[in-house]
Each structure stands twice: as structure tokens, then as C-alpha cells.
Design a protein around this ligand. Structure first.
Ligand code: PXP
Length: 249
């Protein structure tokens, strides 16, 4: 079965926040993504509110008719927002205030009590609890221990390796294949534990296919490359191109 695509529209808000202006509208973006075949909308509420604002979540909760996934750190501040908004899913992510983007998966092992409590609160509210983690067996095991329902495997290392993987024998290709193997094994282990498996970070129409071939991957969360392409070809076309790249696998 073709994996679902949630489009991360954070960078529509990045453009808006560059001017603190009303446009471009996040609701309009979400509607175009849905019309173009997106299965859901993802947004990341960051501690510094650099793109998505709290008010956006409430508006999107009303407007999104497919599936709303909110990425956030497992802090008390963010948990309060999640309780108020009640998205369909929350993906718990690590957050380093100085980072440009999420730098890797959550270390569930070293934060086990905090993550367990956050998962339990989300599940009590009927919100799907997903953990954004590296494809590392110790983290997948920890995700099971804290009763998460889903893991989102971080594809950043794979995606970065594909940037230098133009030839099939180049160093980049070797690394990309190693990272792909970690994703494949991680997805299989997570599914064996009864966890739903999502994937995301750094994926593009060129590198998504190999990950979409992993049968356990049920969902993608993809933002930057879709919004980047949208600047040139429009959002609808860009979402459709990603949908097709996933479906081709
Ligand atoms: N999944 C998670 C947990 C993320 O933090 C991000 C980036 O916000 C993405 C997916 C999307 O990554 P990208 O914008 O590189 O497609």
C-alpha cells in the first residue's frame, strides 16, 4: 500500500513571519495540499515560535479536514498547547534552541520518564503519540517501553548521504545504502513491536523512492523540499510530484 503523505507547511509560515504579515495564509496552503492529495498536514511548534504560532494551531485544527500532526518538544509548555488544540497526532521531537532544523532523533532512553509521561497524557486525550527517533534499535526498544503508538524514523542521515550519491559506486552512494539499511532494519523492528512507522526529514522527490519501498513505512512527513519546489511550480504541483514519487516506489 502506498504510504500516506503529510505535508509540513512550516515554511509557508516562515515566509509570512519574515514580514509578520497576514500572507501567505497557512489555511490556504493546507487546503491546496489537501486538494493535491496530501493525507495530512504537519506543523512544528517551536519554542522560539520562529514560524508556526500558537494561534495557527487553533485555526488549522478547524480548517484541516484530513489529519493534523503537530511536532513539538515534550515540555510542559508544549503539552499544554497539545491539550488545548487536540491534534490527531503529536510527534515528540528534540529541540535545541540554536538549531536551524531538528538535528536528529529524540533520545528516548535518556529522557525516558519525561517521554513516558508525555505519551501517557497524549494517549489519554485520544491523540496518537509518535516519537521522532533515529533508526537505532535501542531507541525503537525505548519507544516501545514508553507505550508510543508510532515512531517516525529520522531520514536526515540518509537524505544527507544522497546529496553526494550521484554515482552508484561513489562514497555518498555507499553511505546512502548503509543509512537505507538502518532505516529498513529499524522499520522492520518497529513493526515487529507493533509500532506504526513513519519517516521524514530531508526527503525530496529524488531520494524518497528508496524509503517508500520499505513496506513498513506507512507515512511520510515532508516539508522543506515541497515548499521549495512550490516557489517555482506552485504548491499543488509540488505536492502532486511528491505524491507521485512516493506512489512510484
Ligand atoms: N519530521 C520531523 C519530526 C521534523 O522535525 C521535520 C522538520 O520540521 C520534518 C519531518 C520535515 O523535514 P523536511 O522539512 O526536511 O522535509
Amino acid at each position: 500500500m502506498t504510504a500516506r503523505l503529510n505535508v509540513n507547511i512550516d515554511h509557508v509560515a516562515t515566509v509570512r513571519q519574515a514580514r509578520r504579515a497576514p500572507e501567505p495564509s497557512l489555511v490556504a496552503a493546507a487546503m491546496i495540499c489537501e486538494q493535491a492529495g496530501a493525507d495530512g498536514i504537519t506543523v512544528h511548534l517551536r519554542g522560539d515560535r520562529r514560524h508556526i504560532q500558537d494561534a495557527d494551531l487553533f485555526v488549522l485544527r478547524q480548517a484541516v479536514t484530513t489529519y493534523l500532526n503537530v511536532e513539538m518538544a515534550a515540555t510542559e509548555e508544549m503539552m499544554k498547547v497539545a491539550i488545548d488544540v487536540k491534534p490527531d497526532a503529536v510527534s515528540l521531537v528534540p529541540e535545541n534552541p540554536k538549531e536551524i532544523t531538528t538535528e536528529g532523533g529524540l533520545n528516548v532512553r535518556t529522557n525516558i520518564a519525561i517521554v513516558r509521561a508525555a505519551v501517557s497524557r497524549l494517549r489519554e486525550m485520544g491523540v496518537l503519540a509518535s516519537l521522532f527517533i533515529d533508526p537505532d534499535p535501542f531507541q525503537i526498544e525505548a519507544a516501545r517501553e514508553v507505550n508510543a503508538q508510532q515512531v517516525e524514523l529520522c531520514t536526515a542521515a540518509y537524505a544527507e548521504a544522497t546529496l553526494g550519491a550521484s554515482g552508484i559506486h561513489g562514497e555518498g552512494a555507499v553511505r546512502a545504502n548503509q543509512e537505507l539499511r538502518r532505516l529498513r532494519e529499524g522499520a522492520a523492528l518497529a513493526a515487529q513491536y507493533g509500532l506504526h512507522v513513519a519517516a521524514g526529514h530531508g526527503l525530496t522527490v529524488r531520494n524518497v523512492g528508496a524509503v517508500a519501498e520499505i513496506s513498513e513505512v506507512e507515512e511520510f512527513n515532508i516539508g522543506h523540499s515541497i515548499i521549495s519546489q512550490a516557489v517555482f511550480v506552485g504548491l499543488e504541483k509540488s505536492v502532486r510530484a511528491m505524491r507521485e514519487a512516493i506512489a512510484r516506489a
